[in-house]
Design a protein around this ligand. Structure first.
Ligand SMILES: Cc1cc2nc3c(=O)[nH]c(=O)nc-3n(C[C@H](O)[C@H](O)[C@H](O)COP(=O)(O)OP(=O)(O)OC[C@H]3O[C@@H](n4cnc5c(N)ncnc54)[C@H](O)[C@@H]3O)c2cc1C
Length: 323
């Protein structure tokens, strides 16, 4: 019988991604309710040292595939390795991050495991011994509860939504053979973002600009504020389509889904497709000269004024606070 709550840990450049700790903490909570163990699959090259770190977040057993062919990440190698160890151990629940890598991996994995999956979940519970996954639907207009009638019950969890809880554990490390055949894909080149640039998908604070920025040069004031706050700069699709910002910065239904602690929307009207990408942010601040802009209906704090006046004033106040 399928048993245990497992996660697929995500690592890059020699470090575990934050979402791995969110997955582990969530798995621990559910495993305690079910009276079961938490397992984690960790794949890569030279990753064994990271296993102990996962245990701190409640993982009982870390299954490690340490193999040069698992670095850098490719879908087929990682999906093959994870599917193999999952099939051998038959966990009841399998969580994966709804990050770019997690989304890529889970699509292949769910096929290899011939199971069902709830994507981009913002809550997960146990009901009658089964996983109940909650996910936003219709661009965040409502939430659906999903039950999966196959094992493992797979769900991808939206990054930055689930709390990280440390619990001193001494998890066991179990090495396994990834069972890789000849590689079907090879990474030819990795194009990295400029050093120091924070990815909107992982940022704790995002200062985002839309068509109201008037042009690419308008973003200078957002960069200044973001620099002080240690924030990423995001953009609406209108700004990206106009060529003012790179596509990687786009927030929304066809951009990235973000859940920072603070989202400052400047000159963004709040179209449903934009809200779909940022409405699970903890605090939303909107700066817009139109008091009727829909973004104010979702904002915790709103400033109705010209952003070119408000943002520099805000930056000055933050400077004073930080001095
Ligand atoms: C299938 C589909 C997918 C989409 N996906 C996305 C997506 O992923 N992300 C996304 O963002 N959109 C997406 N869109 C587009 C979306 O519908 C909106 O067109 C877009 O979000 C509008 O961007 P905006 O708010 O920057 O521009 P606008 O709607 O033009 O709003 C600009 C705002 O700036 C304010 N403003 C102007 N000047 C100032 C000033 N000086 N000071 C203060 N405020 C000012 C205005 O009052 C206005 O509210 C999608 C649309 C479709 C159909």
């Amino acid at each position: 019988m399928a048993k245990g709550v497992w996660i697929v840990a995500e690592q890059r450049d020699g470090a575990l991604r934050k979402v791995s700790f969110e997955l582990a903490s969530t798995a621990r909570k559910l495993a305690d309710q079910l009276g079961e163990e938490v397992g984690a699959v960790l794949c890569g090259s030279g990753v064994e040292a990271m296993a102990a770190e996962l245990a701190k977040y409640g993982v009982d057993k870390v299954y490690v595939a340490d193999n040069a062919a698992l670095e850098p990440y490719t879908t087929d190698a990682h999906a093959t390795a994870v599917a193999k160890i999952v099939k051998e151990n038959d966990p009841a629940i399998l969580f994966i991050g709804a990050s770019a890598q997690g989304k890529d991996l889970s699509a292949s994995l769910v096929g290899k495991l011939a199971t069902g999956m709830a994507t981009d979940c913002t809550d997960v519970k146990v009901a009658d011994g089964k996983l109940l996954a909650v996910r936003p639907m219709y661009a965040g207009k409502c939430f659906g509860e999903v039950v999966i009638d196959a094992f493992p019950q797979m769900a991808s969890l939206r990054p930055n939504v689930f709390p990280i809880v440390e619990c001193a554990k001494a998890g066991e490390v179990v090495k396994f053979d990834a069972g890789l055949g000849e590689a079907k894909t090879k990474v030819a080149e990795i194009l990295k973002e400029a050093a120091g640039k924070i990815d909107v998908a992982e940022a704790n604070i995002i200062v985002s600009g839309g068509r109201g920025m008037k042009g690419p040069e308008g973003y200078g004031i957002l960069e200044d504020l973001a620099g002080l706050l240690g924030a990423a700069v995001g953009a609406s699709r209108a700004a990206v389509d106009a060529g003012w910002r790179p596509q990687a910065d786009q927030v929304g239904q066809t951009g990235k889904v973000v859940s920072p602690n603070l989202y400052i929307a400047c000159g963004i009207s709040g179209a449903i497709q934009h809200l779909a990408g940022m409405s699970s942010s903890k605090y939303i601040v909107a700066i817009n000269k139109d008091a009727e802009a829909p973004i104010f209906a979702r904002a915790d704090y709103g400033i109705v004024d010209d952003l070119f006046k408000v943002v520099p004033a805000l930056t000055q106040e933050v400077k004073k606070l930080l001095a």
